[in-house]
Each structure stands twice: as structure tokens, then as C-alpha cells.
Design a protein around this ligand. Sequence first.
Ligand code: WQD
Length: 335
Amino acid sequence: MADTILVTGGAGYIGSHIVVELAGAGYIPMIVDNFATSSPSVLPRLRRITDQPIPCTAGDVRDRAVMKRLFAEHAISAVIHCAGLKAVGVGEAQPVAYYDNNVGGAITLVEAMTGAGVKTLVFSSSAAVYGQPEKNPVPENALLRPASVYGRTKRMVEQMLEDVASLDAQWSIGLLRYFNPAGAHSSAQIGEAPSATPNNLVPVLAQVADSDAPEIAVYGNDWNTPDGTGVRDYVHVMDLAAGHVAAMAYLKRAGGVTTLNLGTGSGHSVIEVVAAFERACGRPIARRIAPRRPGDVAICYADPSRAQQLLGWRATRDLDAICADAWRWQVNRHR
Ligand code: WQD
């Protein structure tokens, strides 16, 4: 019998792509989502892509009764925990909401898993736990100096899970630190659908390119980088999803806590990403130099060698593929 995997936040951007990859790998994915930053409209699209029903419970991971019932009614083998808030700027303005959702949600989830004897968990962490890395590429044992509320909530959950695993050897936990997820499924059926104005570069570019007067605000061109603009590690969301499936297989064999960077290992500047998006959309995008954004760092890209060694995983899609898929999603998403 195929393993049932609960994906919390599975209706969201990262979660929905993970659901597709899980189904493709022969797992039975099921979703719990409160639709705070996602929409039920993704569910029929997931069914079309995977050609199978994807059970979804509308609920909040912080709701003890919902979570207890989920584990009582379904033979869940493992959990991939994506549910949480991820807008760095919003986190600075609403710290309590971020700790409640991101840390409180993880606490309730682990309590429900423990009560049901389910002790295999993949946690959606973030490169934000590094803050401004001392050096790039960033290895997993780099100094952890999260510079945002969001980053601190992710590190706090990592620490809680490390403590849980040190107490009970039955736990097998993957802490996957995402760098900059971007792009969309090639079908253009699912993708990044920010409920509010997007903050991240690629979805901003998709919206800007789709406007009458495309112009992007570049947050600073005086960084200590080759062209003065911020450098990041953009990893295709489908590569990221494949990393979760590989991690799930690994955790069935390994115990304890496995911490892995999920990135491409190469960095691209804002100007390079704008140029790639111009190639994808076939139109020029004007750029306006704006002040630096609070909390930004100059350069951050992954050393993904440990994920390659342990999981046999590496990103296979490049920046042009990311922009092409993101643009196709932008053009088709409202159809
Ligand atoms: C990328 C670069 C900006 C928008 C954050 C979180 C991280 C993860 C991804 C959740 C930077 C520049 C951006 C714009 C710009 N989130 N930029 N104009 O800040 O690296 O990472 O999102 O997992 O945890 O920290 O991503 O896409 O916002 O910015 O110049 O309109 O693009 O300054 O250099 P970031 P981003």
C-alpha cells in the first residue's frame, strides 16, 4: 500500500508543487490548509495534473481538534510541513502573528504527530536562518544569524525539532532550507499566486511584465556585488519539490535530524534576473533604482553539496527555465 503523506499548507505555492511530485512518485498526498494565503481553486487543478483525487481538509494546523482527527481518520505515514507565513516584511510588522503561525503551528503539529505515533517529518525551513552569510556559497554549518522575525521563527522551529529528536530516537526529521524558490509547474495550472502584492522578485517581474508600462524597482545598485545589485540563488519550485520527495525516501532509512540546503549553488543578480525575464516574456522591462530594502543582504547562495551527497538531489532547471515557467503561469493563470 502506498504511503499517505500529509502536506500542511498543501494548497500553497510550494506545497501544491510538492503534492504533484509526491503523486508522481507513487505516494498518496493529502492536504490540510486554512487557505489564509492560498485558495481552494488549486484543488481541481491538482486533480487535473495528477489525475487522482487529492483529499483536502480545510483547517488550521494550530487547531488541536482538527489535527487529532486527521491522524485518527487517516493512516498518515509522514508529514511535510509547509503551512506558515513567509512574507519577510509583514513579519517585521506583525511578529506575534508570525510566531503564532510558524512556531505555534509546528508545536500543535508535533503534538498531534506524537499522539498518533507518526514520527517522520520534513520541515519547510529557509535560508533566512543564515541572515547575511559570512561567506558564499553557504554551507549548512554556517553561522545562524537570522536577521528577520520570519527567519527567527524558522530557526526556532528547527531548534524545537532538534530537541524533539534528541529526546526520542524514533523521530526522523528533515530540515530543508530553501533559498529563493521561483517558477511554476510546466502545465501553468499551478504557480505562485500571492494574495496581496508580491514581494519576491520573480512574481513581481511577472506582474510588471504583464502591465502596460513594465518597470521594476531595483532595491539598491550599490551592493558589494559584480553589478551592484543583490545576488540570490533562484531554485525552480519543481526542483524544490523533487528535493522533498528525495528527502522523504531518505528519512525512511535515516533517523535523527538531517539539515539540507535546497538551492542551485549559483547566484544571479537582480539585473541578470530582469534580463532573463525579458528573454522569457519577449518585451523590455524598464528598471528604476530605488533605495535598499530594510533587511536585505548583498549576496546569498547555497552550497547544495550535502543534498547531492545524501539525497542524490540537485537542481536541474536554470534561471531561464524559471522565468519561462513563471511567465507562462502569469499569462495563463487567469484563464
Ligand atoms: C530577491 C532580490 C531584492 C523585489 C525572501 C525570504 C526568503 C524566501 C524568499 C521564503 C533581493 C531584489 C526584490 C523587487 C528588487 N522566502 N528585489 N526589487 O528577500 O532574497 O528572500 O524571499 O521562503 O526566506 O527572505 O527574496 O525575491 O524578495 O528578493 O530589487 O521588487 O531581489 O532586493 O536582492 P529574498 P526577494
